[in-house]
Design a protein around this ligand. Sequence first.
Ligand code: NAP
Length: 315
Amino acid sequence: MAPKQSSPVIERLAIIGAGLIGSSIARATKARGLAKTVVVTDHSPTVRERVRALGFADEVPDAAAEAVVDADLIILCAPVGANGDIAREIGAWLKPGSIVSDVGSVKSAVIAAVQPALPASVHFVPAHPVAGTEYSGPDAGFAELFENRWCILAPPEGEDQAAVAVVQEFWTRIGSNVEIMTPAHHDLVLAITSHVPHLIAYNIVGTAADLETVTQSEVIKFSAGGFRDFTRIAASDPTMWRDVFLNNKEAVLEMLGRFNEDLAALQRMIRWGDGDGLFELFTRTRAIRRGIIEQGQETPAADFGRRASTPDKAQ
Ligand code: NAP
C-alpha cells in the first residue's frame, strides 16, 4: 500500500488518455495525495465510462479541452502518435503558468509535435516513466507501477527550471527515481534498452509463427526453452509500438545496425566453432543481468510465469 503524504504537489492534475499508464498515474496520485483534484479523460466513451466505474478520478469530462481548464499539471498519456493532435486540441484552454508533460516512450518526436501547439505562457516538461506491463487499458493500471522504477525527464533546452522541479517532485513522490537527460540522449538509450529488444521479440515470434518445418503446436508446447519470454514482450500493444518505431526511427536504425554487426559476428563464431568467443560473450552478458538485479530493477526469482500486476517490463 502506497504511503499517504500530507501536502499535495499541485492543486489540479489532468490526465489525457486513461490506459495502463494514465490510470496508474491517477491511482498513484490519489493514493499518495499528490493533487487535490484528479481529472481524467480519454477519447473513447467506453474508456471514460470504465474510468467512472473504477472510481480513481474526481472528474471525468468528455473532452480534453474541458479537462485541462484550470489544471496546474497536464499529463498526455495517449500513444505517442496522438500527442500532436491532443496538444492542438487543448492549446487554447491551458492556464498560463501551467505545466504540460507526457509519458511517451519517445521524446524528440513528441517535443517536435507538441511544442509548436502550446502557448508561450505554458511550460513543457516531457517525461518517460520507464515502467510498464504488456497489458493495456484502465483496468490494467495500478498505483504501485512506478515504485522504484526510473522516470526520465527530457525538458527542451532553456525550459523553466521551476517547472522541471515540480515535475521532478511529482514523480519522486510517486515513488520513482528521476533522471534528467536531453531528448536525443533519451531516444538513443531507450532504443537499445527497450525499442530494439521489442523489435527482436516481435521478429522472433513472427518467424516462429511463419515456420513450415516446425508446427505451431510444437512451438507452443516447447516454449519454456526461452521462446515464451519473447512472447510476453511481443504481446505488447500494437498501436503503442507502431508509434514508437515510427517516431524513433533514427536511433532505432542506428542501434539495429550495431545489433546486426554483432549478430553477424556470432554467426561466424558458430560457423567456425569458436567456443571461446561464445563462452566469453555469454560470461559478459551474465554480468549485466547481475547488475540489473543488484540495482533492484529485477528479482533473481526464476519467475518466468510472472504475475499480471508485476511491473516487470520497462519501456
Ligand atoms: P493504453 O493502455 O493503450 O492507453 C492509451 C489510452 O489513450 C487508450 O485508452 C486510448 O484509447 C487513449 N487515446 C488514444 N488516442 C487518444 C486521444 N487522441 N485522446 C485521448 N485519449 C486517447 O497505452 P499505455 O500503455 O498507457 O501507453 C500510453 C503512453 O505511455 C504511450 O505514449 C506509451 O509510449 C507510454 N508508455 C507506455 C508504457 C507501457 O509499458 N505500456 C511504459 C512507459 C510509457 P483507444 O485505445 O480507444 O484508442
